[in-house]
Design a binder for this molecule. Structure first.
Ligand code: NAG
Ligand code: NAG
Length: 360
């Protein structure tokens, strides 16, 4: 019996204390401010920054890190789920004392950048970001240095089991009717089709560099962001923006299905942010929210006239707000999205959820 107990304890330690807690070798993150963990801190000209208060007031140490959130974002929660530290910002790894040290790439890297889009040029308003084209180019450098460090078959083995999370497209949708002229001469359908086909090109490049497991995040009804409601006299959502997001999600899902039938060994988990966020907005109290229209941090109508700047006010209880600032969800909302993407039902996360995809 003594021996049995020791055996049970050993198994317990192995199962929960050791590397067994880590579900994948690495997580690589591509996207915009929804998942930026500090790349833009390194872009001198960028106006899309969040490394000042009140951002981060609920982050460990209460410090602003460049996340557009009161606390952690969805990329942090994905890392936590798979038992890894958050993937560090690429631009922090290629500067400073540990410059280009390939061992810092081993558990993943984040290329996400506030203001970024699928199309180059969504960041005109913010002067500077890493558009998806740049993010993919940087990943190819990381790939090359992993191959140098580990050899090509070990690098391939590591990358093929790793997650490639992609959360991008909101800035392209905002850019359609915005000042950037991106939408000029294109119907909404043509525009979203071109977004999906550009994204397909980038996913194929990642595939060429050994990416196989994709966590694909659909767009929310971003016409309901405080910034958009603020433009409407009765504070309603922008139908035009929501329609574009919805159409893009349709195009994205069709593209992913065809990509998988073309490249047989690709797997993906698509998350239907749109319907989940709509549920939050329609039945807030079921999800613990009391405020789904106004931002927590900002100034003016809906706290959306002025962004979350040091001069802005913020709400005392972040947990009951859907939006942290005029564009971004609170930590509480990001956690709910990610929990659902990871383990959720097939109506929200398909053809498999993230946990199922990891097991494949
Ligand atoms: C690379 O970084 C790791 C830890 O991040 C460190 O142990 C190692 O010595 C570094 N290698 C070089 C060549 O600087
Ligand atoms: C406000 O939004 C509603 C619903 O989308 C729309 O019918 C109405 O025309 C909008 N009002 C303004 C002033 O834009």
């Amino acid at each position: 019996m003594g021996l049995d107990l020791v055996l049970v304890l050993c198994l317990f330690v192995l199962r929960f204390g050791g590397l067994e807690g880590q579900m994948v070798p690495a997580v690589f993150v591509f996207g915009d401010s929804l998942v930026d963990v500090g790349n833009n801190n390194h872009l001198k000209l960028s106006l899309a920054k969040a490394n000042f208060r009140h951002n981060g007031i609920d982050f460990p140490g209460k410090k602003p890190t460049g996340r557009f959130s009161n606390g952690k974002n969805a990329a942090d929660f994905l890392a936590e789920k798979v038992g890894l530290p958050p993937s560090p910002p690429y631009l922090s790894l290629i500067s400073g004392s540990n410059k280009n040290n390939a061992s810092s790439f081993l558990t993943g890297v984040s290329f996400a950048s506030g203001g970024a889009g699928i199309f180059d040029g969504t960041d005109q308003l913010y002067r500077q970001s890493l558009p998806l084209s740049k993010q993919v180019e940087y990943y190819s450098k990381v790939h090359d240095s992993l191959v140098k460090q580990l050899g090509s078959s070990a690098a391939q083995n590591l990358l093929r089991k790793s997650l490639f999370a992609v959360a991008i497209g909101s800035n392209d949708v905002f850019g359609y009717s915005g000042s950037s002229d991106l939408g000029k001469g294109r119907t909404p359908q043509q525009y979203v089709d071109q977004m999906a086909s550009s994204l397909e090109g980038y996913l194929k490049r990642l595939y060429g560099y050994d990416a196989r497991k994709f966590v694909m995040v659909g767009l929310g009804p971003i016409g309901c962001c405080p910034s958009q409601r603020n433009k409407n006299k009765t504070e309603e959502c922008s139908d035009e923006t929501n329609r574009l997001s919805f159409l893009y999600n349709q195009a994205l899902m069709a593209m992913l299905r065809s990509l998988q039938s073309e490249l047989k060994d690709v797997s993906y988990s698509y998350y239907d942010t749109y319907s989940v966020m709509q549920n939050f907005i329609q039945k807030p109290t079921s999800y613990g929210f009391t405020e789904v229209k106004a931002a927590c941090c900002g100034l003016g109508n809906l706290n959306a006239k002025v962004a979350c700047l040091p001069i802005s006010k913020y709400c005392p209880s972040r947990r009951d707000h859907l939006f942290w600032d005029l564009y971004h969800p609170t930590e509480a909302a990001a956690r709910m999205f990610l929990d659902d993407a990871f383990d959720g039902p097939p109506q929200h996360t398909f053809p498999v959820n993230v946990r199922q995809m990891i097991a494949q």
